[in-house]
Structures are given as C-alpha cells and as structure tokens.
Design a binder for this molecule. Sequence first.
Ligand code: URA
Length: 422
Amino acid sequence: MDILEIIEKKEKNEKLSKEELEFTIKGFLDGTIKDYQMSAFLTEIDLLGLTEEETINLTNIMLNSGDKIKLDIKPLADKHSTGGVGDKTTLIVAPLVASLGVNVAKMSGRGLGHTGGTIDKLESIKGFKTEMTLSEFENQVKKIGIALVGQMGNLVPADKKIYALRDVTGTVDSIPLIASSVMSKKLASGADTIVLDLKVGKGALVENLEEAKELGNLMVKIGNMNGKNTACLLSNMDQPLGYAVGNSLEVIESIETLKGNGPEDLNELVIRLSSLMVCLSKNIKLEEATKKVKENLYNGKGYEKFKQWIEAQGGDLNTLKVASKTQDILADKDGYISKIDALKIGKLARALGAGRLTKEDKINHEVGIILNKKVGDKVNKGEKLLTVYYENKQVSEEEILNCYEITEKYTKKPNIIIEMIK
Ligand code: URA
C-alpha cells in the first residue's frame, strides 16, 4: 500500500477500505506521509466526499489515535458547538444542567478566525484556571458536578494535525471531515450524552441547510452507533447570538442570562440545548426536562452553580472588566433591520482585538461589540445600532454600517432553532 495509490484511488472516487484510511492517518501522524500528500488527500475528500461507511471508519481511526478519557461519573454529558459569533452557550448550559444533577466534564477550545472560544471567554475572569490534572478535573466534577478545561491529555492527535492542515488548505468545510473531527473528539472525552449545536448560516462553517442536515444526521448516527445518547440542534447563525460579541462582554451577558434576563434568542437556545442534555442523561421526557431547566434558569440555581464553578477554578467575578472607550454607531436611515452579517461582525470584533488570526496572537478580553438592534427590530435614523468597546484598535463606522441592512419592509425575526435531530 502506498499513499500515491490511495490518493489516485480517491481521485477516481473509488471507495477506500478501513486499512487504507488507517494507513493514511497513521502515516501522516508518524511523518512518513508528508503535508503536501495529506493536503492532496484532504482536497479530494473535500471535492468528492466520503461514503457514510468511510466517514465512520475515519472517525474510529482518529478516535483511536490517542488517549480516551474515562471518568467514573454518571450521568456525564457534553455539548459541542461548531462555532459561531457571540456563542456563549457553554457558559450558561454547563452550570444549568449541572444544577440539575447532570455532570459536565468538558474540554473547550480557544477562538480562531472570526469565531470565539469558551476558554478565551473564561479567561476574562482573572484567576480562572483552564489547566488541571486529570485527577483534579475528576475530583472537581465529583464534588460540584462541573469542570471545564482547555486541552488535556493526548486526545485525538490525528485531529490536531489534520485540522491544522485543513485550516490552511481550504478544507475546513467538508462534511465528512467535520463529522469525523467533531465526533472523534466527543467520543474521546468520555461523556455518555452528547448534544451538538450545529450552526447554520452566514457566520457559520456550514451555510447551506441541506448540508447541515446531512452533517447533523451523520454525527448523530456516529454517536448513537458508539453507544452514546446523541442529539443535534441546527441553530441559526445568520446574525450574532444574543447582543454581546467579545470575551468579557459575553461573560457578562451569560451572567445576565443565568439571572433570568437573557436575550430572547440566547434564552431559547440554552433552554433547548440544556433540556436535551437533561432529557437524554436522565432518560426523561423532553417536556419534563424543559420544565426543570426553566425552573433552574429563573430561580437562580443555575447562577449559583455558575458562581460555585468559577470559584472552584480560582476565578474572581469581581475582576470582570470591559474596555473604557466606547463609540455608538447610529442608524443612517429609518426602517427595519433585515440583516446583520454575523461573519462581518465577528471579523470586526477580531479586528478590535477580541479574537486572533493566528494561534500566537494575543487577545484583548475587554473589547468587543454590544448590539442594540437585531433582525426584525424597527429603527429610526439616528438611533443606536450598536456600541463598540475598544482600546488600541478601532474599526471604521462605514465598516460597521456595512454589516447592517435596513429596509422599509418589515422582516420577521428569524427562529433561532431550525431543526432538532435525535
Ligand atoms: N469543529 C471541529 O472540532 N472540527 C471541525 O472540523 C469543525 C468544527
């Protein structure tokens, strides 16, 4: 077997055997298959796809490329978002379900590109520790039902190496490559319930609804086949989620949501994600789980769990700060907001310093954007569209106004949840 033969076979769109996929992944990890050969292979997959069987095999090969976490804790649930703008759901969902006895032992990533990362958001809280040993991690979950760290152990090294290459070869949006990347990591992290938040729209990895459905169904199938209770929500990412974009601004919005004052779209999404995690983990009806989740969102128990969690990991919520310089951007005409380009807003927040272009970039946790209007809202000329929180870097008013479309005709508020796959 050699890699040239395998690339050529894929080029002819012939089915690859488990052994050929294994040979490719192992060879890439040990360096015998070079970056340029793997790039050609990934590009062929991006262009031609993989069959369901090939994707399932690829997921298992990636899963077996490194350590797997096994915790003696039940029920244990995990969630995964494919990344969006203003997506702070983990900060709310994790303590909310933990307050209902569903344990969360979660690993999260940093932001890259126009999307944010949970670890960056949590680091806006001074003292918050994002690294732990496995036994510290396990003990904390046993004690308070929740722990969240950055990367730990040598989980799915194949994904780390492949993802870095996909990032620079334009192959991040391939359905089988996303499915195998996400599911190998979720399966390695040891939870018995997996809830996926698959973002669809302008600011998401997947823009097309049909492709999103295909990906969602595939990931749920892979999860269930591996004995995990798996569900997937397709959620709208045409406009930012909630009003806040930027690290500390998003933590503050999460706290407000946990106090029962969240924006409508964010509220709805966290309730649905949490309810799915509770329903699948406790094997109860979705309606019953939803009732419990709403109770703990509005009676303060979710917020109490959030404070306990942040304190357990050394964070001091009194240190949360936002940038002192602000600029209001005003509407240049009367009408209804018909579009807010999530991708452009994400890129502007990054330009302010809230995100990074390369892994080495330093971010400013205090800068970002607070929207004042969302799609479907009426706006008068001169009324505030949003506020920019900035420090050393600023973006132009014109660039911000370019993110908005204001029309005379009323546009309906989009539904945040598009579909549930269970
Ligand atoms: N998130 C992942 O972890 N992997 C992908 O391929 C895409 C989104």
